[in-house]
Design a protein around this ligand. Structure first.
Ligand code: PLP
Length: 391
């Protein structure tokens, strides 16, 4: 069966060029980069080239990039690493209500060991309430952590503004930019962030590798103790093939993302307009403009997102009902609840997230398949029938 993959915010297919770049490091170039003989030094060089490519992508210096096992670990290092380094200065952290579990659960853990965390609410589009954020700042606040763009609804936060508020108050600022990197250019110097988390598998690189940007001079405590790798900031023999693939993905993104945006935005818009035209009672979630150009999250009223997802799966279409990480739980997404949707409406959520391997044909397929599925599901929905009959 032909597959139509529209779940690129969960993960992306690995670019062939990335795979090719990785293969030697799974074969003849197997050496430990910390060893001193010539072939090992070649492997070390490959890691440093990848680091330069990542630094280029972010306009950072190579020494400001720490390789990790992914976005989750990068978020953990930024948040716990700051908490452990600055606990004597203060024990208060500010984050938002719509963060990824990598941030939320890290904050919950810190609450259990004596830190306090303020969760700033968002408006109906998912934008952080700036007044609330400013009012939450206390003398003992040591870190503000706000995601750049939300993985479920795609809303993009005013990161530069938040970073400047943090800077004025002498508070470290971390942003989880996992969903942004590779989609549009990011300049850490312009943003003025202290930490920024990214992950290779969200932009056509391999899974299990990511990085944390740490601005020069910023203090944090390492979480993984071991050898002297990553300048002693993250021990463990490097995931060489993964890092090389990550570097290649960064290089490709630097060269191609602007062109991709021009192609993908109209595809997402065609999908959005098509769904709104063909299906009544649909709500588009996220900000109308400040939203990732690849993301469309809709609530289709009077149907269960889960049922739509399963019926689409039978047609070879892969989508999500929200965050991939929260599927399996029956609770509606915390993000949809935070933007003010009722449980009932939130349950009808479907997220389409397109990527560079999607074509017009994929959008046409979805637009031909989704409306009849919704119609069938609504026919058996008591709520829909009641509404329809004016009951
Ligand atoms: N942060 C955000 C916003 C994400 O979307 C994800 C992945 O879903 C992560 C963090 C976690 O990244 P990783 O899968 O590399 O651990």
């Amino acid at each position: 069966m032909k597959r139509y993959y529209l779940d690129n915010n969960a993960t992306t297919p690995v670019d062939e060029r990335v795979k090719e770049a990785m293969l030697p490091y799974l074969g003849e170039a197997f050496f430990n980069p910390s060893s001193v003989y010539t072939p090992a030094r070649e492997v070390r060089k490959a890691i440093e080239t990848a680091r330069e490519r990542l630094a280029n992508l972010l306009n950072a210096d190579p020494e400001e990039i720490i390789f990790t096992s992914g976005g989750t670990e990068a978020d953990n290092i930024a948040i716990k690493g700051t908490a452990f380094a600055l606990a004597e200065k203060g024990k208060h952290i500010i984050t938002s209500a719509i963060e990824h579990p990598a941030v939320l659960n890290t904050c919950k853990f810190l609450e259990r060991v004596g830190f306090s965390v303020s969760y700033v609410p968002v408006d109906r589009y998912g934008i952080v309430d700036m007044d609330h954020l400013k009012e939450s700042i206390r003398d003992d606040t040591i870190l503000i952590s706000i995601m750049y763009a939300n993985n479920e609804i795609g809303t993009i936060q005013p990161i530069e503004e938040i970073a400047s508020i943090a800077r004025e108050r002498g508070i470290y600022f971390h942003t989880d930019a996992v969903q942004v990197i590779g989609k549009f250019p990011v300049d850490v110097k312009v943003l003025g962030v202290d930490f920024l988390a990214l992950s290779a598998h969200k932009f056509y690189g391999p899974k299990g590798v990511g990085a944390l940007y740490v601005r020069k001079g910023v203090r944090f405590r390492p979480l993984v103790h071991g050898g002297h790798q990553e300048r002693g900031l993250r021990g463990g023999t490097e995931n060489v093939a993964g890092i090389v693939g990550f570097g290649e993905a960064a290089k490709i993104a630097s060269e191609e993302m602007e062109v991709e945006e021009k192609r993908l935005r109209p595809l997402r818009d065609a999908l959005e307009n098509g769904i709104l035209e063909k299906i009544p009672e649909v709500i588009v979630n996220g900000h109308p403009e400040q939203r990732l150009y690849n993301t469309l999250n809709v609530c289709i009223r009077y149907v269960e997102g889960e049922s739509v997802l399963l019926m689409l799966d039978r047609e070879g279409i892969c989508v999500s009902t929200g965050s991939a990480c929260s599927s399996g739980s029956l609770e509606p997404s915390h993000v949809l609840l935070a933007i003010g949707l009722s449980h009932e409406v939130a349950h009808g959520s479907i997220r389409f997230s397109i990527g560079k391997f999607n074509t017009e044909e994929d959008i046409d397929k979805v637009l031909s398949v989704v409306p009849p599925i919704v119609e069938r599901l609504r026919e058996i929905s008591p709520l829909w029938n009641k509404e329809e009959k004016g009951g």
